[in-house]
Design a protein around this ligand. Structure first.
Ligand code: PGA
Length: 240
């Protein structure tokens, strides 16, 4: 819940003016629903793609206050973030609901960016591998490989989001390897290799390069540092 319409427009313009060519990097910004349609007018002439931060699992109807994949697509986004830890934590989103939301995204040709990650308590009780495995399996098991051709997975340890505490390189490396093997276990190795696995949780200009250099880290889901064009562009350059 950051950025008014004006601020979101300025952010996208700021990113584009500071970096004209992102090279091989896919750049996606996820403004609030209220800014999507207008920001998409600005972004459409640039390399910047748009995501929504959430969607409802139904397409339309008597769900006052909710926003569906149909409207998100109509507003000009191509991606949607699903199951962010704040949604899991404050809005009781379960693995089952998240699977329904992925289905809704796919119906409207929105690429799902599905977030997984353990809480501090789960890490301290050494259940992080099992939690992440459950979250990934719960999200994807009711689909087939072809349906999930554009799946993006974001591993975000809850204790590292917005806290300035970044997971260590070893912690990121081992859990990303684990995530890749869980994906391969549900479907196939070739499927697992195609899924982009992003790391999120206090990614900043000064740690992005080291994190993004890891073999199984294919990108970053950036919160706080994405709100400043200069910081975000520095992270895009680290990805390049
Ligand atoms: P952060 O946020 O980069 O500020 O930790 C990540 C997120 O919101 O997913």
């Amino acid at each position: 819940m950051n950025m008014t319409l004006t601020e979101a427009k300025e952010l996208v313009q700021g990113i584009y003016y500071s970096l004209k060519f992102p090279g091989q990097v896919d750049v996606v910004v996820a403004p609030p629903f209220t800014a999507l349609a207008q920001v998409s007018q600005i972004a459409k002439d640039t390399y910047i793609d748009l995501a929504a931060q959430n969607l409802h699992e139904e397409d339309q109807g008597a769900f006052t206050g909710e926003v569906s994949g149909r409207f998100i697509k109509d507003a000009g986004a191509n991606y949607v973030i699903i199951g962010h830890s704040e949604r899991r934590q404050y809005f009781n989103e379960t693995n089952e609901l998240i699977a329904k939301k992925i289905s809704a995204a796919l119906r409207h040709e929105l690429k799902p960016i599905v977030c997984v990650g353990e809480t501090l308590e789960e890490r301290e009780t050494d259940s992080h591998f099992a939690v992440v495995e459950d979250q990934i399996t719960g999200a994807i098991k009711s689909f087939n490989e072809a349906e999930l051709g554009h799946l993006v997975l974001a591993y975000e340890p809850v204790w590292a989001i917005g806290t300035g505490k970044v997971a260590s390189i070893e912690q990121i490396d081992e859990i990303h390897r684990h995530a890749r093997s869980v994906l391969a276990g549900v479907f196939t190795k070739s499927f697992a290799e195609k899924v982009r696995i992003q790391y999120g949780g206090s990614v900043k200009p000064d740690n992005a390069k080291e994190i993004l250099s890891l073999e199984h880290v294919d990108g970053a889901l950036v919160g706080g540092a994405s709100l400043k064009p200069h910081d975000f562009v520095t992270i895009i350059k680290a990805a390049q």
